[in-house]
Design a protein around this ligand. Structure first.
Ligand code: NDP
Length: 326
């Protein structure tokens, strides 16, 4: 028997989450059983621990959209007992049972070998948020980062914190947008050189073009902020659209695309092809300073998750939560 955070739904449609004992036979089908060591808390986890946000198909459900651990048994030639692995995406923790359990059974296709230079705890300090931040930085690089500072929105959140640390370590000036002024010292410790108050940049776009300010942008917020940022990009610069913490609408004009050649790059971590996953994890191991990563981490256990799930939906989690499931 092993522990898992199980979410149940009652007849009135109300969900509740509690740590419960499960057996191997309870786990869904798959080729590889993993002894989970660490998981984490992402925005989507907040939805799946709570009412589901339309992501969870069936109850009872074990959330946790990412995990890292050791292979216990495998029916697939690519993995053998003792291998260290990491999993993000593929709708694990949403449509499939996820990482908030001491064991998980998944498809071998969904796993990535733990990259050299990272342990399982560090891999989950990075987690889906950090992995996605790396994908965003890689997309900006592929399109060319311009001279000006790179803007990171939702900077004190998970995606934003990791993006800030990676970009600064790569030698870019980083401007972090935050709604929490008290996180300024934290963001500077990650390498941000400029702090931009959320309200300064959060108004609906007034003029389609403003001064050419940012050489690139990792955007975790979307909505009115993204619309405004598009008009502030340098000629030919790119915005990597990662998240919607501030809203899914995009009240913008096409003028920045037409007159400034601005690129809006969509970033999806869930269905990302295997080779690019391996490339991103390897870049994380080489380009994210581990002391900066440590500074982002707050530790948690399975029983802390119901509260943390609510906190992340309220924008109250700073940096990255690492859940020790054992
Ligand atoms: P976090 O909650 O850790 O970070 C989001 C941050 O956005 C907050 O910390 C806050 O930063 C800021 N924020 C929150 N609410 C608002 C608001 N109303 N207006 C403006 N800013 C706001 O979440 P994650 O970093 O884990 O994820 C960020 C986003 O990226 C989410 O929308 C998530 O769903 C998405 N995502 C997408 C992925 C993909 O594959 N495309 C993968 C992973 C995440 P501050 O306090 O500094 O202002």
């Amino acid at each position: 028997m092993f522990d898992a955070l199980v979410v149940n739904k009652d007849e009135d449609g109300k969900t509740s989450a509690a740590v419960t004992q499960l057996g191997l036979d309870d786990l869904p089908q798959g080729d590889v059983v993993v002894q989970v060591e660490y998981s984490t808390v992402n925005y989507k986890d907040g939805l799946c621990i709570g009412p589901g946000g339309g992501l969870v198909r069936n109850y009872p459900h074990v959330p946790g959209i990412d995990f890292a651990g050791t292979v216990e048994s495998s029916d697939d030639d690519r993995y053998k007992p003792g291998d260290k692995v990491v999993l993000t995406g593929w709708r694990v923790g949403e449509a499939h049972w996820g990482g908030y359990a001491q064991k998980a059974r998944v498809k071998a296709d969904w796993l990535v070998p733990l990259p050299k230079g990272l342990d399982t705890r560090q891999a989950m300090a990075v987690g889906t948020a950090g992995f996605t931040a790396m994908l965003a930085v890689m997309a900006l690089e592929d399109h060319g980062i311009k001279k000006g500072p790179v803007l990171v929105t939702g900077a004190a959140g998970g995606v934003g914190s990791v993006a800030t640390a990676i970009l600064a370590n790569l030698g870019h000036q980083v401007a972090g947008v935050t709604g929490r002024p008290e996180t300024a010292d934290y963001l500077k410790s990650l390498g941000a050189t400029q702090i931009v108050a959320r309200e300064e940049i959060n108004e609906t776009v007034k003029r389609p073009l403003e001064g050419e300010t940012w050489g690139g942008c990792v955007d975790a917020v979307g909505g009115a902020m993204l619309a405004r940022v598009l008009g502030q990009m340098e000629y030919g610069a790119s915005v990597a659209a990662v998240g919607l913490a501030g809203g899914a609408a995009l009240p913008a004009t096409v003028i920045p695309f037409l007159l400034r050649g601005v690129n809006l790059l969509g970033i999806d971590s869930v269905m990302q092809p295997y080779d690019n996953r391996v490339r991103a994890w390897s870049r994380i191991a080489s380009d994210l300073p581990m002391d900066k990563l440590d500074a982002m981490v707050q530790p948690a256990t399975l029983s802390d998750l119901p509260k943390l799930g609510a906190d992340i939906l309220n924008g109250q989690v700073k940096g990255r939560v690492v859940v020790d499931v054992n």
